[in-house]
Design a protein around this ligand. Sequence first.
Ligand code: HEC
Ligand code: HEC
Length: 234
Amino acid sequence: MKNIYLSVTLLFFLLGCAEEKPKQKLNGENLLTQKCAACHNLDMPPESYENEIAPSIMAVTFHLKDFIKADNPTEHKPKIISFIQDYVIDPSAEKSFCDKESLESYGLMPSQKGKVNKDELEAIASYMYDTYDNQILLKQMAEKRRLRAMSLHERVIEQHRCNTCHNIEEDKVAPSFKMIAQRYEKKDRETLIQSIKEGSKGKWENKVLPMPPFKKLSDDDAAGIVDWILGLNP
Ligand code: HEC
Ligand code: HEC
């Protein structure tokens, strides 16, 4: 009898082990940050290349995309993923696509064996392939240039969509920026910054909507747009 119990327990135990764990979807972006950012800069493009201890992930990915060729375009990504899966665990000067000079200045990448596994590397490499992309970089740089060319108030209004409710001249669901400028003075600067960052309601007659808070607006941007609004009053 005891034996039967034992075998049944054993059977369940074995079944339990054999049952495949559902494969979780790993988050490549988080893993890249956790496992690789200590040495590799993840920005696209990096703000600066000074004091680098390893090439940026953007440089690494662009590099691999250039050097690793595939006859069939659908094979390109899988090939790069396998390269990364292998290189991170077992790096060597022979495998590296880094030019000799860079390799000497950075030193060979230390193996990350035991710190990251194959599945995690697949998620990381797939994320790298999709994110560090020439087209995306060009678009982001063009967008940055466009925003930089704008004056501060134009940029804030566009980024936070203030003009869905406000107009400079026209009284809409929200008071026009000129009406606000007429009601307030320089000494009310802090009050207005507060209204924008925390929201406002009941201060303007016949406005049914409250003004939502814009907590993500930086202090500098909030102050800048308040100065611009107050400046609309001649
Ligand atoms: C301790 C620092 C360090 C960590 C952590 C690190 N790397 Fe590196 N990595 C380097 C250095 C240094 C190089 C440049 C020298 C070389 O190519 O081996 C490099 C190069 C690479 C290359 C380029 C190989 C080539 O041929 O151009 C890849 C791909 C790479 N790393 C991926 C990763 C990934 C993915 C992670 C996170 C799982 C990671 N690295 C974590 C230091 C690091
Ligand atoms: C969803 C509509 C809406 C959006 C979007 C919106 N506002 Fe308003 N705003 C209002 C309304 C409504 C009021 C009047 C609230 C009241 O009666 O207190 C208001 C009031 C204000 C006031 C005056 C606050 C006070 O203390 O009298 C300022 C300044 C202002 N908005 C700036 C902005 C700026 C800057 C943005 C974009 C970052 C913005 N608003 C986006 C609806 C909006």
